[in-house]
Design a protein around this ligand. Structure first.
Ligand SMILES: N[C@@H](CCC(=O)N[C@@H](CS)C(=O)NCC(=O)O)C(=O)O
Length: 325
């Protein structure tokens, strides 16, 4: 594996320890603390990579919840080096850790004996000099509400009344799509690859037919479930189709999914969280799946093209006060 063992960095292939049986099984995240409101401005910091879909969803929430002035951001280089994720310039993580060169420093500062995978994204506490949470599913829920007193932003991506629907979509989209593409890409046996790719396309087909008649996954409101799907869709044709061999169809070949993807990409602020160059460089530099590390020139993608989603009824993002945006 590549990662930390008792606080020491060990070199190795990404995902090596997660593919022991021939199929890819994602390692559980270990820091799962919460921030209780009222949260302080400038105290928490996000460490991300534009390559990573899990990090991408936290970037989208930071943007849409109006947190850019309150949560400083550190962006790793697009590709991992010999010591995992690293930063172009040393990052200031508060008085306990003034110079972060490698992402693993944040882990050992939190637990000097840490053993496990060193992943982005991280929500970091600058004051205490430790990781609050390194599970993006938690981080987006924290950002969804913990800072609302500070920002006055009452957009709610996980409204009470839609939770059953959102949870049901998350239960499909995480294993079959978000993680499904990785199971395809990192499979070490044909059968594991075949199974994963079939599941990816079955899920895409299902979402395509759902979105033919609904604006968003949970209906008229744009929710967390949509952003969790978006981060995989936006990487699909540029990365997963090629380097992870998810190539039965492209997202461009799906009329509803591709229009839906463009609507979400064009949502104010969202395109700034997507860096296709980093995405291509990041995925194509994973030696285990692309030994030459050559980054392809294509495909040509234009997410700014018009979409047709206005034909479907939509109310935008749910607001806690009850009115839609
Ligand atoms: N459960 C984590 C997963 C994050 C994750 O796996 N990130 C990948 C990048 S896409 C990573 O940093 N991997 C490092 C490694 O495997 O060594 C989350 O959603 O926050």
């Amino acid at each position: 594996m590549a990662g930390l063992v008792n606080g020491e960095w060990v070199k190795g292939d990404i995902a090596d320890s997660e593919t022991k049986s021939g199929s890819f099984e994602r390692e559980e995240t270990q820091f799962r603390n919460w921030i209780m409101p009222p949260a302080e401005s400038g105290r928490y910091q996000l460490f991300v990579s534009y390559t990573c879909p899990w990090a991408s969803r936290t970037l989208i929430f930071r943007k849409l919840k109006g947190l850019e002035d309150h949560i400083p951001l550190s962006i790793a280089k697009p590709a991992m080096g010999d010591e995992g994720w690293e930063y172009d310039k040393p990052q200031d993580a508060g008085k306990h850790l003034r110079e972060v060169h490698h992402h693993h420093q944040l882990y050992t500062a939190t637990d000097s004996d840490y053993t496990g995978k060193v992943s982005v994204p991280i929500l970091w506490d600058r004051r205490q000099g430790r990781i609050v949470n390194n599970e993006s599913a938690d981080i987006i829920r924290i950002l969804n509400s913990a800072f609302d007193d500070l920002t006055g932003n009452d957009l709610d991506f996980y409204p009470e009344s839609l939770r059953d629907k959102i949870d049901a979509w998350n239960d499909l989209i995480y294993p079959k799509l978000n993680n499904g593409v990785y199971r395809a890409g990192f499979a070490k046996e044909q059968a594991a690859y075949d199974e994963a790719v079939s599941e990816v396309f079955e899920a895409l087909d299902r979402v395509e037919s759902h979105l033919a008649t609904r604006r968003y996954l949970a209906g008229v409101y744009l929710t967390e479930a949509d952003w969790r799907l978006f981060v995989t869709l936006v990487r699909f044709d540029a990365a997963y189709h090629g380097v992870f061999k998810c190539n039965i169809r492209r997202i461009e070949d799906y009329p509803h999914l591709s229009n839906y993807l463009r609507e979400l990409y064009q949502w104010p602020g969202v395109s700034e969280t997507v860096n296709l160059e980093h995405i291509k460089q990041g995925y194509y530099s994973i030696k285990a799946v692309n030994p030459t590390c050559i980054v392809p020139m294509g495909p040509e993608l234009d997410f700014e093209r018009a979409h047709d989603r206005e034909r479907l009824p939509g109310k935008g993002i749910y607001q806690r006060t009850g009115a839609a945006q």
